[in-house]
Design a protein around this ligand. Structure first.
Ligand code: MBD
Ligand code: FE
Length: 283
């Protein structure tokens, strides 16, 4: 049987917008941000826009092109995609600068809470999956070295064709997603496949900007992860593979040297990666 997979910008955009509104809108309401903060931030961003217009002598044609494009981003449901690709990395940097444990990076638009529990060792595959089998083993520890019993590793990634379940057609709902819960030793073992380099959806407004600017839409292959444990700060990260063409020009600027894996090819052609995670205690 062949499974046809596809993802249009508007379908994946709409799914990402629904996802955001279901999970995060309560935290995002402008009314919950103090007035002087909104005043400062809105004023500075608008002043930067005005300065750019003056510096580059922006025309009415260019202003109207911007207006049309902003309308299209909303129509395509692409605000989560656009913001997570071009803005989130700076927010993440500020939010996690104090940490002593693992480096994190952006979440991106395709996390879905509530993935199936898969034990301390298990597979994320919900169908026969082409691609290179990969096992990721590691230990969740606190900054003092103690293994964190009850810690959870929540992973999501693309398939061998570069698509995420729930943001494209043709995959089982929770394929290549799962929550792994560790015991007293803090150990987990995740059976999956090597992810593929990923082109963000580029047939919508975000893609139109990328093409108009002469950029590219690629992200290097990555495994997304959220690691949590009682009494510790949630770590959101992505793990990358050495040698990927896009490690040095990720469209989302989310690669960090600390997030590079050291894959060991096994005699059977599969890949073993060992990567431990250290979480900061909440203060
Ligand atoms: C992704 O898979 C991703 O990780 C980001 C940051 C943006 C779009 C799709
Ligand atoms: Fe991703």
């Amino acid at each position: 049987m062949t499974t046809v997979e596809s993802a249009t910008a508007s379908a994946s955009g709409a799914a990402a917008t629904d996802r955001f509104q279901a999970d995060k809108s309560p935290f995002a309401a402008v009314k919950d941000v103090p007035k002087d903060r909104v005043d400062t931030l809105a004023h500075e961003v608008l002043s930067a826009v005005h300065a750019t217009i003056r510096k580059h002598q922006v025309t009415y044609d260019e202003y109207n092109a911007l207006k049309a494009w902003l309308i299209q981003v909303g129509a395509d449901g692409e605000w989560p995609l656009f913001l997570d690709v071009f803005v989130e990395h700076a927010v993440e940097e500020v939010a996690t600068a104090h940490r002593k444990g693992n480096k994190g990076t952006i979440e991106g638009p395709y996390y879905v809470p509530g993935a199936p529990e898969r034990g301390a060792e298990g597979s994320t595959l919900e169908r026969e999956e082409s691609g290179t089998p990969l096992v990721w083993e590691g230990v969740i520890r606190s900054t003092d070295g103690t293994p964190l019993a009850g810690g959870k590793v929540d992973v999501w990634q693309d398939d061998n064709a570069g698509f995420y379940s729930q943001f494209s057609e043709g995959q089982p709902e929770w394929n290549l997603r799962g929550v792994f819960t560790v015991g007293d030793d803090g150990k987990f073992r995740i059976h999956t496949i090597k992810p593929q380099p990923y082109q963000i959806p580029h047939d919508g407004a975000t893609g139109a900007l990328i093409e108009a600017a002469g950029w590219h839409a690629w992200r290097p292959a990555h495994i997304h992860v959220k690691v949590s444990a009682p009494g510790h700060e949630l770590l959101t990260a992505q793990l990358y593979f050495p040698g990927d063409d896009h490690n040095n020009d990720d469209i989302a600027q989310a690669v960090k040297p600390e997030l590079m894996l050291d894959p060991q090819e096994q005699p059977d052609g599969s890949i073993l990666v060992q990567y431990d995670v250290t979480l900061d205690p909440t203060s």
